[in-house]
Write a protein that binds this ligand. Sequence first.
Ligand code: SF4
Length: 242
Amino acid sequence: MSHTADAAHIAELLESHLGRPHQKKKRTDPLAMLIGTLLSQNTNDLNSHRAYVELRRRFPTWKKTAEAPAAAIASAIKVGGMKNQKSQRIKALLRRVHDDYGTYRLRGIEKMRNDAVIALLTSYHGIGFKTAACVLLFSLRREVFPVDTHIHRICNRLGLVQTKNPVQTFEAMSSLVPKGKSYSFHTNLIRFGRTTCLAQRPQCGACPLYDECAFPDKERFANAKISTSIRRNSQFMLLDEI
Ligand code: SF4
């Protein structure tokens, strides 16, 4: 049976169950966002935020960060794990930005087209497609819907798309996300993926999207025990806090 889940309807249902998230007024510096996402690799949002705060406390400017020894950066960010690899990547990123712009600012990025921003940012080591899309949405306030592995999974389970990877989902969703809803839909899907549509144990029995969902195993999971160990702090979003 073909399924015709409607992205606008799903976005509305999520808003009625989880609320309508609003973006902060203050715009985040795109470079700060890139460094924040480098810190977020292989850890959760709370720990990466702690690492970010400590990095900024010890090195209040990107110039100071770039001039600091890698070991000192590693020490500042250790709470987020993989401190040596991340400190090297941060230094390499700052070096590249300085080489390109002569300063620690991605000058002119706000005037670039979305595809040019993606091409530029993904040319930096350690920066992937999803991060570039996050810079577009969170920092440059474009109508862009970033897709990580969780959003990719949920969109496929719901039947909004039939895709093989997050980049394909990003492309397929770009025409489906209702105008003006990129931030709300993205944020609510992340929260929904942390609390309900979990990768291994989706809580289909308690899911507000059950009737809309095309996931073939939803009935089986609906009969499974409801998990009592859902991750706490599921509301905390690193990219809103940088
Ligand atoms: S019914 Fe299950 S698989 Fe479908 S969206 Fe809800 S939790 Fe996810």
